[in-house]
Every structure is written in structure tokens, then in C-alpha cells.
Design a protein around this ligand. Structure first.
Ligand code: HEM
Length: 133
């Protein structure tokens, strides 16, 4: 999963189009609030959600064209490999994706970025599946 090159006609990255950190912070907060209440997903995540929440924020801002802070702190994303210790079947994938897409809407990410994010999350969530049903 390399960096997307998604620029609008003015040459802005998605990160710039959305106005920087703040919408991503809200997206991750909203997503994690949902994970915390989800009986399928909560046991898959570690007891302390805070470190992962910060990494998710750093990753997403970097992925969508913001500063390369994830890389500095965690190295190359290698996301499929990093997810291997967690049991991710189709049920977990569906729950994860459902919460992320709902968070995109709850936060009010505007088009065309909303559709770009939906497409990316839908594809990437399936890449993380690492267990047969
Ligand atoms: C679009 C798809 C996904 C992306 C971009 C993504 C992104 C990330 C990132 C950036 C991290 C932190 C990695 C690190 O630096 O250690 C992470 C951790 C994690 N992800 Fe995902 N993920 C995706 C899909 C999923 C799915 C489908 C699940 C299903 C349960 C999942 C469960 C987890 C868990 C359990 C962790 C560990 C959290 C922690 O250590 O606190 N992820 N993910």
C-alpha cells in the first residue's frame, strides 16, 4: 500500500483539502469510540487503545498526504504484517469497515474525498484479512 497520489486541480493533497490534522483526529476518535462498544472487535484490540489510536492517526494523515510522522515513529507501515498477530476474519473485517465508513460520515468528510476514502478503506480492510472464516 504505497502513498496515493490524489491531488485536486489545485495540486492539494487530501490532507490539505480537508484542512490538516483536525478532521483526521475526529475520524480516529469516532472510529475508536465505535470499536470500544463493539462486542466482536473490542476483544481483538489490546486493553489499552491509546497507542494504537495515535498510530492510526499518524498513519492516516501520512497516507493522505500529510507529514510523514508515522514513518518517523513506526518505520515502514507494512500493515498486513503488523496485523498478523490479530485474528482478522471476514466478520472482523466487516465490523471494522462498517465503523470506519460510519465515522467518515459522522465526521462529515466532504465529497470527493468521502468516496476516495470509502474506496481505499473497503479495499485495504480486505487486505488485512488473515484467517479463513
Ligand atoms: C483500511 C484498513 C486498515 C488500516 C489502514 C489499518 C491501519 C492500522 C494501523 C496504522 C495500525 C497501527 C499499526 C502500528 O503501527 O502498530 C493498526 C493496528 C491495528 N489494526 Fe488496523 N487497519 C486496517 C484494517 C484493520 C482491520 C480490518 C482490523 C480488524 C480487526 C484491524 C485491527 C487492528 C488491530 C487489532 C490493531 C492493533 C491496535 C493496537 O496495537 O493498539 N485493522 N491498523
Amino acid at each position: 500500500m504505497s502513498e496515493p497520489i490524489i491531488l485536486n486541480p489545485t495540486g492539494q493533497t487530501v490532507y490539505e483539502q480537508l484542512g490538516g490534522d483536525e478532521p483526521f483526529r475526529r475520524l480516529v476518535d469516532c472510529f475508536y469510540a465505535r470499536v470500544e462498544r463493539d462486542p466482536v472487535l473490542r476483544p481483538v484490540f489490546p486493553d489499552d487503545l491509546e497507542p494504537g489510536k495515535e498510530w492510526q492517526f499518524l498513519f492516516l494523515t501520512q497516507y493522505w498526504g500529510g507529514p510523514a510522522r508515522y514513518q518517523v515513529e513506526r518505520g515502514h507501515p507494512r500493515l498486513r504484517m503488523r496485523h498478523m498477530p490479530f485474528v482478522i476474519g471476514e466478520a472482523e473485517r466487516d465490523a471494522w469497515l462498517g465503523h470506519m465508513l460510519a465515522a467518515v460520515d459522522e465526521v462529515g468528510i466532504p465529497e470527493p474525498v468521502r468516496s476516495q476514502m470509502r474506496e481505499y478503506f473497503t479495499h485495504a480492510a480486505s487486505v488485512m484479512v488473515n484467517r479463513a472464516p
